[in-house]
Design a protein around this ligand. Structure first.
Ligand code: E4P
Length: 217
């Protein structure tokens, strides 16, 4: 499963890149707003840093303007993935981009029916929002499982990009449900490595090692 960083903060990306496990980046209008930067500039900078797919979202709600925005975003770098909302206009734009070989990420997916439409529209990625579904009293992990079954049953090639992942249990659920990729804010990314028994075990090993008086180097 690919792991993407869900941020428009270049400093965070620079900090996490040396781990070697960041496969791409996703942004959305809220994250761009939070960065306080011009979208074209920040997306160009991220694309220069990270080789993998970088999602940049169109903000128009009508097909024609969405296509113009998507074309402009896609021209920034070859690894830009045009992110589009799961609306009829967004789906129509996804089909138009798919037909001309531009990758898309159809976002704000909250149901199996929506995921089916994204696949039918030729989306490269579909982004089901696990955390926001949980907030809504539903089970986001179950949605990922159901989309996996749907896509495998019908041979859809759209990749499932689990989004809105707020804690490690969300990431584990998405991975076990067969998501192709997951996008995580830096806090969730950093939390993945933590386990109290790892810290406790390491402390004990180092205390015992200290008693030997040895040095490996
Ligand atoms: C990513 O594509 C989404 O925009 C993001 O994961 C949403 O996360 P949130 O629900 O925590 O805002």
């Amino acid at each position: 499963m690919k792991l993407f960083l869900d941020t428009a903060d270049v400093a965070v990306i620079r900090e996490m890149l040396p781990t070697g496990i960041v496969d791409g980046v996703t942004t959305n209008p809220s994250l761009i707003a939070r960065s306080g930067r011009v979208i074209a500039e920040v997306i160009a900078e991220i694309c220069a840093l990270v080789e993998g797919p970088i999602s940049a979202e169109a903000v128009a709600t009508d097909f024609e303007t969405m296509v113009k925005e998507g074309d402009k975003l896609a021209a920034i770098a070859p690894n830009v993935v045009v992110k589009l909302p799961l609306t009829w206009d967004g789906l129509r734009a996804a089909r138009a981009f798919s037909d001309k070989g531009i990758k898309t990420n159809v976002t704000l997916c909250f149901s199996v029916a929506q995921a089916m439409l994204a696949a039918k529209a030729g989306a490269t990625f579909v982004s089901p929002f696990v955390g926001r579904l949980d907030d809504h009293g539903a089970d986001g992990g179950e949605l990922i499982e159901a989309i996996r079954v749907l896509y495998d049953t019908h041979g859809f090639e759209t990749r499932i990009l689990a989004a809105s992942l707020r804690h490690p249990a969300h990431v584990e659920a998405a991975a076990l449900a067969g998501a192709d990729a997951a996008t995580l804010p830096a806090d969730t990314f950093k939390a993945l490595v933590k386990h109290p028994l790892t810290d406790k075990g390491l402390d004990a090993f180092l205390a015992d090692w200290g008693k030997t008086g040895q040095s490996i180097l």
